[in-house]
Design a protein around this ligand. Sequence first.
Ligand code: PMP
Length: 449
Amino acid sequence: MSEAIFGGPALPQQRHLATEIPGPVSRERFARRQRLVAGGVGTTLPVFVEAAGGGVLRDVDGNVLIDLASGIAVTGVGNAAPEVAERVAAQVRAFTHTCFMVTPYDGYVDVCERLAELTPGDHAKKSVLLNSGAEAVENAVKIARVHTGRNAVVVFDHAYHGRTNLTMAMTAKNMPYKQGFGPFAGEIYRAPNSYPFREVGEVSGAEAAERAIDQIEKQVGAANVACVVIEPILGEGGFVVPAEGFLPRLAAWARDNGVVFVADEIQTGFCRTGDWFACDHEGVVPDLITTAKGIAGGLPLASVTGRADIMDAVHVGGLGGTYGGNPIACAAALGAMEIMRKQDLNSAARRLGQLMLSRLREIAAAHPTIGDIRGRGAMIAIELVGADGRTPDAARAATVSTYCHSRGVVTLTCGTYGNVLRFLPPLVIPEDLLTEAMEVLGDAFTATA
Ligand code: PMP
């Protein structure tokens, strides 16, 4: 190939279908992938990407696809964003690794400072940096256990917290995340969530919280609970927004009972919902917050941030890891957070959300299979149901998604029942591209009716 490959916003922001999807070159590469990559690793859309930026991905056949996935809520600031790429390049030239536990460097401390400023609450905060979301959740549990001297961990229905042994135990859905992988870590207890669309009758946020609290007190005992860990808006579980009042009531109960309240904001964080964090919406201040994904514009970085006294409960040497807070990932995070602030990506997320919601309402008016439209900011989903308005229709979600892929729009499904289509555009996507993607989605419903 003679042409240099550049991603970032310079990549022409236009959907373009040069071949069928996937094209011949992608099909050939995918056959090779099948020979060499473990079968347990799935693929949503088998096109091989050679460049990405703004709101598009360009594949090896010359197709340009509209990105409604952001690599699962990661590239909010855009793919190969210049401020990220430049800082990464400078850091790679300076040094690539020392291990922060051996000899420290400023990037790690700078990221902790930004996290202390941006996360909810104005109390004294500290952070530990890690590599992945699952690792952050694991560490939040470690910290909460040492701080409280208690063992029990409360999680919720439809939760997703990761693929390590402890976080599999914390995750609700069996297939594909848990099947065959047990035995799982003990002392994990599951409480009912607030899922407005699937409640029988109207259940307020406060009532849903009381239902959960009652079960925790009866089945576990408040005095045994180290922490409750909750996604303020469910991610893999279907972008379910709990009823107003649910999170504040749970947080208040945790505070009153010496239970560490952990918000897993790995999918919802960093402007995705139109706030820095989803907890901000109702003024909930978690004791600990786990972040990853959107934090670093595509480089692997995660954190636990929280009240300094809780974070400091752990003995020296009890937290860490070879790569946690790697200098290159920290440089990327500092660039990404600067973009979020300078470009006001919270406002952008709100605008994109309004655009999606209004178009989705029009599509839903013509297609009653769309039973629920929900989400916040640029984290929007639709739940598909049968003629009774309730039975999950995972098959329709899959065919609509496949149609979108064939027309050059990258969509994802999710949900406990697999019947939710979720939309996670980069927060820097041009609005006309997002409108075009919504048109393709409308066509997909008509074509698959
Ligand atoms: N928690 C939540 C809410 C998530 O959405 C995810 C990833 N989908 C994780 C934890 C695990 O993150 P990772 O894949 O980086 O381990």
